[in-house]
Design a protein around this ligand. Structure first.
Ligand code: KG4
Ligand code: ZN
Length: 339
């Protein structure tokens, strides 16, 4: 089954072709960084308009690359939520109507299900059950994954998502949008030990997280200190280490709690090198396996939507004819495919 995947939930237009027998056939991504940079963050209306401009040309581009035509498609998957309503509506409208026109089934995919199944696109995919650390700009959660659609949230952030904390902290330090990768780059030149940072919610049991205190701590350090380049890098390094330490402590706890030896890391912050280094060290020490999607499939992309959609279409799930977009959508309400 050849499935076209369309991702338009936020500030990246991602499309991909996934074949259930051959694997990933083609994918392409258009980033809107240049459009939002001057505003210091995503402007939803500009995001929607750019998705309108880019989605169809990108679909044509990957079909051409693969030497295929629209007639080769057996199904279409698009991100139905969660995300920005206007942006989601673009992908849903294009995906749902294209499927109707071609007479093939369509499926609306949960964006976070896409992220947590993204490691399945790699050569040695993890086996169920596993614990997924989902760390993106909008979500931060630890999920027990027993199969496609079998998700139990073990813990989540009580305030900011990890990516959001990276982005807000970066902005506070005067770094350009998108802040997360910029802050990570700056942190490489900093001394993480110069300033003390808390490891929020690690001194009590439980798997919930909180990052807003770290942001406040950073603001105080920056506003009350010498605002020179080295201080900026040292604060960035201290902040990054505090976030990645906290995440790895919670991952260790989650794996111990449900007696599982496989961790999967997904979502934009999963591209962070310090986080990967720390989790790999922990994995070696405690004998777990840890899998990551390749960095470009950690951040938003069409491949993860095509893959997740393909699994659901193969199981017989299909979307109704109306065009749906769900800005808020709980992962735990999804149905398992082997029900
Ligand atoms: O998964 P994603 O592309 O979009 C959402 O679904 O939110 O994640 C984007 C988030 C942003 O907050 C971005 O700053 C963060 O991931 N991010 C990073 C890195 N690369 C992306 N944060 C820290 N270090 C990185 N290398
Ligand atoms: Zn995402």
């Amino acid at each position: 089954m050849l499935v076209l995947g369309i991702e338009t939930s936020c500030d990246e237009t991602g499309v991909a072709l996934y074949d259930s027998r051959r694997g990933l056939v083609a994918d392409a991504l258009h980033s809107q960084i240049a459009i939002h940079a001057e505003y210091g963050g995503v402007v939803p209306e500009l995001a929607s308009r750019d998705h309108v401009r880019k989605t169809l040309p990108l679909i044509r581009q990957i079909l051409d690359q693969a030497g295929l035509t629209l007639d080769s498609l057996n199904g279409i998957a698009y991100t139905e939520g969660p995300g920005l309503i206007g942006a989601l509506l673009v992908g849903s409208s294009i995906g749902r109507s294209l499927a109707l026109a071609l007479g093939v089934p369509a499926i609306g995919v949960h964006h976070m299900e896409g992220h947590l199944l993204a490691p399945m696109l790699e050569d040695s995919p993890p086996e169920f059950p596993f614990v997924a650390l989902l760390v993106s700009g909008g979500h931060t959660m630890l999920v027990e994954v027993a199969g496609v659609g079998r998700y139990r949230v073990l813990g989540e952030t009580l305030d900011d998502a990890a990516g959001e904390a990276f982005d807000k902290t970066a902005k506070l330090l005067g770094l350009p949008y998108p802040g997360g990768p910029e802050l990570a780059k700056l942190a490489e030149r900093g001394d993480a030990k110069r300033f003390g940072f808390p490891r929020p919610m690690t001194d009590r049991p439980g798997l919930d997280l909180s990052f807003s205190g770290l942001k406040t701590h950073t603001r105080q350090l920056w506003q009350n200190g010498h605002q020179d380049e080295q201080t900026r890098a040292d604060i960035a390094a201290g902040f990054q280490l505090a976030v990645t330490d906290t995440l790895s402590i919670k991952c260790r706890r989650a794996l111990q709690q449900i007696r599982c030896g496989q961790l999967v890391v997904a979502g934009g912050v999963g591209a962070n090198r310090m986080l990967r280094r720390q989790l790999s060290q922990q994995a070696d020490k405690h004998g777990w396996a840890v899998s990551y999607p390749r960095p470009e499939f950690c951040t938003d992309n069409g491949a993860m939507i095509a893959y997740a959609g393909c699994q659901r279409l193969l199981a017989g799930d299909t979307a109704a004819l109306d065009i749906q977009a769900r800005p808020r959508w709980s992962l735990e309400t999804l149905e398992p495919i082997d029900r």
